[in-house]
Each structure stands twice: as structure tokens, then as C-alpha cells.
Design a protein. Sequence first.
Length: 230
Amino acid sequence: MIAFRDTTVERFGCDLHVHTNPDGLRDGINPFDHGSAYTQVMKTDALKQALTDGKYDFAIGGARRDEERSRAKERIFSVRGPGHSWEPKRQRPELWNLYNGNLAPGETLRAFPLSNWTELDVWSYILAEEIDVVPLYFAAPRPTVMRDGQIIVVDDERMRFLPDEQPVTRLVRFRSLGCYPLSAAVESDAMTLDAIVAEMRSTRVSERAGRLIDQDQDSSMEQKKREGYF
């Protein structure tokens, strides 16, 4: 995914700014030992640091309302309070596609222009426009382990196996890309854009069903969003 990002940046001459939470690096925070706490420190906190350091008023994301139930409370213009906190009651009504971009002192906005799209809409558009995507979205034989009913791809030598756990090759792809190994794959034979679109027409499970952080009851997605998660 990072290789795809870097290639895209070079192709279009983008001005890419990469930020890593220095506190997380100092403390050795990693997804294997710290689980969903890694996402808090190295994604949420890092994002807030980058937005604050850059003094950005708006941040644009690709979140959609069909991804996860707390996303349905979101707005296309999502008001964030001081410290980049999210509070559903602070969100403004959006009537007839009228968006209020005024900011009070300390506020910022996160804009989600694809909020009303579905996963099928996204893939149909990618197919129609022949847009390049990360190869991990396509099915391929990959080494995997099954944990708590989720398929975890063995991505590299960092993988820590549980007792009696052995990698098994499965034909899988990713519907949602996140931190490894906190994002699960799905069994699929969809190796082309046409096959993915056909698969999306029949599925009834959200792509975020494979994001392990969403299933952490001690810190749900809504709580993570309140803390600044995108």
C-alpha cells in the first residue's frame, strides 16, 4: 500500500507530507504487542499532531456512511472541536446539499465528499474510469492464519504466531486496508475489477467487518472518532 502511495505521488508530482508520532516510536508502540492501542497512538494521535502542526482548517477523507454504524451519524462537513474531538451533537444539519463551512475559534472541519456513496458505487466508478488501485484489493493466494474467525494475512517476518499456529495459503483479498495485522482479509476469487463489482452486488457484510479495532468493545469506533480518529 505504501509502495502504491509513493508511486502515485511520483506520478502526479504531489506534495506528500508524512508524519509519524515520535512518542509512539520512542515507546516502541506496535500492533503486535499493543493491539488497538497502536491505532490510537500511531494513527489517531499522529493525525491530530499533523493537522495541528500544519495548521489545517480542512482535512478531506473517503469515509462513507455505509461503512460502520457510527459513520451514519457523520456529516459531509464534519465539525471537529478543539483538539480535533468529534461530538455528534455539534454536527450541523445539511439541508438540500447546503454545507456550512464557517469555523468557530478552535474548530476544524473534516470533509467526506463520498459520504453518500456505497462500496458498490466506489468500485463501479473505479471500473468505469479505469482507476489504478492497490493490488491488495484483488484476490491472490496469500499465506494466512485464522484467528477468532478472522483471516489474517502473514505479511512479513514480523508476524508472531500463536502456539500450534501455521500459515495456510488461501485465496483472499482485502476490502479495507488498515494496520497489519489488525485488518483481516476475506476469502474471494475476485481477481479483476469486474469480479469485484459482481461480488459487491451480492455481499451484505460491511467491508469494515475485517477491521479488528471496530470490534473492540472497550473502545468502539464511535469512541475512537470522538478522540479524533478519521
